[in-house]
Structures are given as C-alpha cells and as structure tokens.
Design a protein around this ligand. Sequence first.
Ligand SMILES: [Zn+2]
Length: 202
Amino acid sequence: MTRAIDIGLAACETCELVVRTAAVPGICPRCGEQVHIRKQNARTRSWAFLAAAAILYLPANMLVMMQTDSFSSHREDTILSGIAFLWREGSWPLAALVFTASIVIPLVKIISLGVLLVSSDEHSTRFRHGRTLLYRVLEVAGHWSMLDVFVVALLAAVVQLGRFAKIDPGPAILPFAGVVILTMLASSSFDPRAIWDRGTHE
Ligand SMILES: [Zn+2]
C-alpha cells in the first residue's frame, strides 16, 4: 500500500495543503503552521491521556455521583446504584439511557483506543480498514461526548421534578468529566496514519 510519505509528500495538519517531505519539518507555505510528517509525539501523548482516563474511570464509578434529599430521606448514589434505583422505580428506559451513556460508551471508547494504540505500536497489518473505520467512529462519537454529562444533568432534572426536594452532584462528577475530556484528547492525539505505517514512519 503506497503512502504519501513513500512518494515524498506530507500534508499540513491545519489547512491540509500537500507539501514535499524535503521541506519538512518546515512552515506551511499557505497557512504558516509547522508541518510534520506525522503528529508530534502522537503515541506518547495518546497513551498518557488514555491511561489517565482509564484511571479516572474507577473513581467516576465508585464515588457518589448524586446526593438526593427529600423531606424524609437522604440518598447517595454512585452511577451504578442510581441506575439500579431507576430500574427498580420502573424508569427502565432512563436506566438504560444512563447505563449506555455513562458506563458503556466511556468503557468502549477506552478499550477501542487501547486496541488502536497497541495494534499500531506493533505495526500490525491486520484489519487496517476496520481499525481506520473504528478511529472514524471514535472521532465522530467524540463530538457527542458531552452527551454523557448531558444525560446526568437530564437525570438530575427528572429526579428534581419528581418527589425529591433537592439534588446535588457528588464528588464523582469531577473524575467523570475527566474521563470524557481525556478520552477526547487521547483520540485527537492519536495519528490514524500510524495504522498504515510499517515501522517507524521515517
Ligand atoms: Zn497549512
């Protein structure tokens, strides 16, 4: 499979102008941005963001996400216990929505990025088209990442409209937001062209 680099071409990351690799690293003649053959330190940065996201996934799920106070009771819920509570109360569509947005999607993103990083680190030649597609899906899904946080906000609104008097976010909200932001950074740091590289790109 011929890559642009094999025929001496590189693209500007900012304006996508194609330049000769002989002029790289250098300044893009059109937009003035630094041109590199591949994103700088893509592997290291992507791994670092991903590791941080994976670590924060634990407190995001283990700490209290929501504190609800009614006239007679006080409840503290993690994401999972909140989902179980919604399920028992009969709000199963909402329980399914929160489960998907808050547990499944972040976990799938972390695992998918891990697969992309490990396979490109090993210069695997298997499923290159599939892995490229996986990266595209992750990038598109990244634009909707705030949906995870939105669902929690929606949940808060629904519960507040119900029989509870007061609802406050718990300490889990910070690591949870961290997971969302760090997985976005990890996927934007990853250079998908690494999927098609056969060794170091040089
Ligand atoms: Zn440019």
